[in-house]
Ligand binder design. Sequence first.
Ligand SMILES: NC(=O)c1ccc[n+]([C@@H]2O[C@H](COP(=O)([O-])OP(=O)(O)OC[C@H]3O[C@@H](n4cnc5c(N)ncnc54)[C@H](O)[C@@H]3O)[C@@H](O)[C@H]2O)c1
Ligand SMILES: [Zn+2]
Ligand SMILES: [Zn+2]
Length: 343
Amino acid sequence: MFLEQIVATSVCHSDLYHLFEYMHPEGFPTVLGHEAAGTVESVGPGVTEFQPGDKVIPIFLCQCRECRFCKSPKTNQCELAWTRVCQKIMASVESRFTCRGKRVLQFMGTSTFSEYTVVHQSAVAKIDPAAPLDKVCLLGCGICTGYGAAVNTAKVEPGSTCAVFGLGAVGLAAVMGCKDAGAERILAVDINSQKAEKAKAFGATDFVNPKDHNIPINQVLAEMTNGGVDYSLECVGKVEVMRTALESCMEAWGVSVIVGWTDMYDIAIRPSHLICGRTWKGSMFGGFKSKDGVAQMVKAYMDKKLMVDEFITHNMTLDQINNAIDLMKDCKCIRTVMSVSPQ
Ligand SMILES: NC(=O)c1ccc[n+]([C@@H]2O[C@H](COP(=O)([O-])OP(=O)(O)OC[C@H]3O[C@@H](n4cnc5c(N)ncnc54)[C@H](O)[C@@H]3O)[C@@H](O)[C@H]2O)c1
Ligand SMILES: [Zn+2]
Ligand SMILES: [Zn+2]
């Protein structure tokens, strides 16, 4: 364990999911926030990898490097992950926080809407000390999640046709991943037409608003692509969109990836939609082995091979957290970065 001073943090939809959508009574009180960057303040016993002053990004998915999951190339899950113990409340019951003597849960193992947080060394990536923390904090969740879902999980191929549903930071990063993987056509789908321009800046070739059509959106996409897309990525977190994304892929070989998060409902699908040849997958943190993936993505940004600054639409300070949450709730931002402590 060590103490990290948070320098910058941003709001991701998963914070809103916990706060306004799932609202599980056992999940509160909690300190939200999981997309951040900071500096190691002090280290506890047994911490060998980090020293005070190191620049770091906390990660909601750990990588202990020792367990059977970490040792397998087939997964980026880790047996130490909080998701394996207490998924329903998105927080470990063994919290490291108290407030006036009462336990406060640590959200997703991170809790970054705070000046300081205590993190496990398996859930932190050491990064290039020259990296601007008020930018690379976004690599702690949204960008790695969407980009990796396209590149690592869907394994988008050059020349392919893709559809991305939901154009928040996660979906826009998925668009960017599809583009970098060589997709020829990228159909960006959102019920908010204001996202069209941004999607095109990240590589989308077409924008489709389901509200502009009176037939199901999978039929619209099938007509635009001669039968369906090769890859679809659901970056919204709604089960009906997950189903639509699967149905939007080419029946013979389409691959659909669920990236949006929800654990509130089951999904229904006709078995024949899979039997004919579609593949349905899920992706957590973009399929990246988390510590390795974050360091690699920070390097790509520093080498000017990855867009990050373009996701930031607002800058605030941590005391404006409620305004930042409202902006995302009202669909008026991509990412709001809050400065917490001096860099
Ligand atoms: N799998 C993971 O590891 C992981 C990690 C981070 C976030 N997430 C999840 O990814 C999702 C997206 O996160 P974000 O921060 O980009 O959210 P966001 O709120 O910024 O973006 C969501 C977008 O979806 C659009 N949308 C809503 N309903 C739609 C519909 N019916 N059809 C098409 N578009 C629709 C909204 O207009 C918005 O642009 C959330 O569910 C979040 O919890 C998953
Ligand atoms: Zn997130
Ligand atoms: Zn592990």
